[in-house]
Design a protein around this ligand. Structure first.
Ligand code: UGA
Length: 439
């Protein structure tokens, strides 16, 4: 919405949330303290905030005065009840819809921005139509978001496409007009509601499938002497396959892929498509396997025991250029090593100690099966038997391996799950090196 405000100075954008702390953080005069770390976001907020971009807790007032309301709430995987572990929890989307139904005035276009199971718009429409009448009316559109974290601003400013689903031509035109301020008309795709909802889940499922596919081949490369980067390059030059999203690593993380695939799996089962459900579920299973495989391989190379050994973990975010740790591969890998009794020194340029504590479900400490935070990569590796790179932060590409290796206990290992470090320099410095997908 910050980018919409930035690109459309004539549109008043009110971002409202019930959480007053979060709203206060978005209003913080110190732009380095915005709740989300995203390259370029501070500049966008600086330009638009107070001009036509406002953050507040005045939810009802904002709904009443709006021509268009974007529902952008979280839809986590259900943890209990029917569909627990797979289905999306729609309680926030329903609560929001009811609030819009009650507070809206005149004609309001309601846009699903959250990623939702296909046919959720039907439920939204039903709730809204029950409130219709006396000068109050609604149209529902689906407008899924395709930005990726870490590149959100450039993805929004130059999207591959904008997708709008709906059955009402006037509402479709109104939303297309907003994007047309900066997106070429041919990139604004219009579909029916269900295609739009399903396209979002399908896009993430296909992307995640590429990651699981290349990670499965990485394991085979390690066993056969092939190199997954050479294989990825060789297949990626086929224009039908394409070069992107073929980087082998510790598996996909983030708030979307796993949640959306499980949602797809749940939908398939619901519609009686057991084989289709199994097919997609395997993409998630392979991802979990890849993370376990890496944790076990570390233990194996360290003489089958890491109890009491120091291991440096470089990177905790699910990918570079974000402070987001949701479903980060680092969580499962760190937990497995803690279970084995390792002492982890964790470094990440953007993730806080509090967040790591929450994710690992235990406070920082000392002794077997403990972790602490390190202020830089070199101090993380001090006295360690191994250094494990889990996030592809730019700074890990330029580490001084001579200096790092001199502080480690020999024989020492570099486990590079992102294959970004200078492996030759690490080897010259006397480290044994494992790189994902290198036979
Ligand atoms: C993903 C999609 O890429 C977006 O298009 C979508 O809008 C978003 O989910 C969403 O549903 O909101 P995101 O999760 O932010 O975006 O990040 P990605 O860049 O897709 O990376 C996901 C995971 O896959 C990361 O852990 C990343 O390290 C991993 N990955 C990605 C690989 O291991 N190899 C690759 O080649 C690419």
């Amino acid at each position: 919405m910050a980018v919409v405000a930035d690109r459309c100075p004539g549109i008043q954008v009110h971002v409202v949330d019930l959480n007053s702390q979060r709203v206060a953080a978005w209003n913080d005069p110190d732009l380095s303290r915005l709740p989300v770390y995203e390259p370029g976001l501070d500049a966008v907020v600086a330009r638009a905030r107070g001009r036509n971009l406002f953050f507040s807790t005045k939810v009802n007032e904002a709904i009443a005065s709006a021509d268009m309301v974007f529902l952008s709430v979280n839809t986590p995987t259900k943890t209990r009840g029917i569909g627990a572990g797979q289905a999306s929890d729609l309680r926030w989307i329903e609560a929001c819809t009811r609030q819009v139904a009650a507070a809206a005035q005149g004609h309001t276009i309601v846009v699903e921005k959250s990623t939702l199971p296909v046919r959720t718009a039907e439920a939204i429409q039903t709730i809204l139509s029950a409130a219709q009448g006396e000068g109050k009316s609604f149209s529902v559109l689906s407008n899924p978001e395709f930005l990726a974290e870490g590149t959100a601003i450039s993805d929004l400013e130059a999207p591959d496409r904008v997708l709008i689903g709906g059955n009402n031509a006037e509402a479709l035109d109104a939303l297309a007009w907003v994007y047309a301020h900066w997106v070429p008309e041919e990139k604004i795709l219009r579909t029916n509601l269900w295609s739009s909802e399903l396209s979002k889940l399908t896009a993430n499922a296909f992307l995640a499938q590429r990651v699981s596919s290349i990670n499965s081949i990485a394991a085979l490369c390690e066993s056969t002497g092939a190199d997954v980067r050479e294989v990825a390059k060789a297949i990626g030059t086929d224009s039908r396959i394409g070069p992107r999203f073929l980087q082998s690593g510790p598996g996909f993380g983030g708030s979307c892929f796993q949640k959306d695939i499980l949602n797809l799996v749940y939908l398939c089962r619901h519609y009686g498509l057991a084989e289709v459900a199994d097919y997609w579920e395997q993409v998630v299973e392979l991802n979990t396997w890849q993370q376990q495989r890496i944790a076990r391989l570390v233990v194996q190379r360290l003489f089958n025991t890491v109890a009491g050994k120091s291991i440096a973990i470089l990177g905790f975010a699910f990918k570079a250029d974000t402070n987001d740790t949701r479903e980060s591969p680092a969580i499962r890998i760190a937990q497995e090593l803690l279970e084995e009794g390792a002492q982890l020194a964790i470094h990440d340029p953007k993730v806080s100690l509090e967040q790591i504590s929450l994710d690992l479900g235990r406070e920082a400490g000392v002794g077997e099966g403990s972790w602490h935070i390190a202020s830089d990569p070199q101090s993380a590796c001090g006295g360690a038997d191994a250094c494990l790179i889990l996030t592809e932060w730019g700074q890990y590409k330029q580490l001084d391996w001579q200096a790092i290796a001199s502080g480690m206990r020999r024989p020492a290992w570099l486990f590079d799950a992102r294959a970004i470090a200078d492996a030759d320099a690490a080897r010259t410095a006397g480290l044994q090196v494992w790189r994902v997908g290198e036979g």
